[in-house]
Design a protein around this ligand. Structure first.
Ligand code: IMP
Ligand code: MG
Length: 175
């Protein structure tokens, strides 16, 4: 059980905005004329995706998936399940997956393999934060925001037991 001490700011909302701008510039260069399909992984990516797409001034579409990795607590069990599938067709589309944190990499690896089977024209990954110290499977992050330490993070969409998603900054939750 996590204590209720106040989360400490690790990355401020202002810093996140700068990083998002940099990622959006790179994405704009690569996707401007491709009508990409951005796929947000619920729930954690919803704030980042909302800010990111408002920096993208070209035609695009948005869809969501919800994945669950089994096991309680703050670490993944290794088994991933699709809880809510895409509504839009992936075949022939330029697909960009948008994620909040790449931790062990297991969740996003599952999704990339799942989507690849549906024959997109291209498939890439954008992640706001990357925790490479915890990686268990290899993941290629095409648009990588900020490297973060091996701490449990909350805020800016990211939760601990559904709490703290509404914080404007990315914070460290004390043990
Ligand atoms: P994975 O270990 O890379 O499969 O990460 C799976 C999911 O765990 C991510 O999409 C996040 O939603 C969540 N996650 C990973 N690290 C943290 C964290 O520090 N705080 C809250 N959620 C996390
Ligand atoms: Mg997530």
């Amino acid at each position: 059980m996590k204590s209720e001490s106040a989360p400490k700011v690790l990355i401020s909302g202002a810093e996140i905005a700068l990083v998002t701008k940099r990622l959006a510039a790179a994405i704009t260069r690569d996707y401007r004329n491709k009508n990409p399909l951005l796929v947000g992984i619920l729930k954690g990516s919803f704030v980042f995706l909302a800010d990111l797409v408002r920096q993208l001034d070209f035609p695009l579409e948005i869809d969501f998936v919800r994945l669950a990795s089994y096991g309680a607590g703050t670490t993944t069990s290794g088994e991933v399940k699709m809880k809510h599938d895409l509504q839009l067709n992936v075949k022939g589309r330029h697909v960009l997956v948008v994620e909040d944190i790449i931790d062990t990499g297991i969740t996003v690896k599952f999704l990339m393999e799942y989507l690849k089977k549906q024959k997109p024209a291209s498939l890439k990954l954008c992640a706001l934060t990357d925790k490479p110290s915890r990686r268990r499977v290899k993941v290629k992050i095409d648009y990588r925001g900020i490297e973060v330490p091996d701490k449990f993070l909350v805020g800016y969409g990211i939760d601990c037991d559904e709490k703290h998603r509404n914080l404007p900054d990315i914070c460290i939750l004390d043990e």
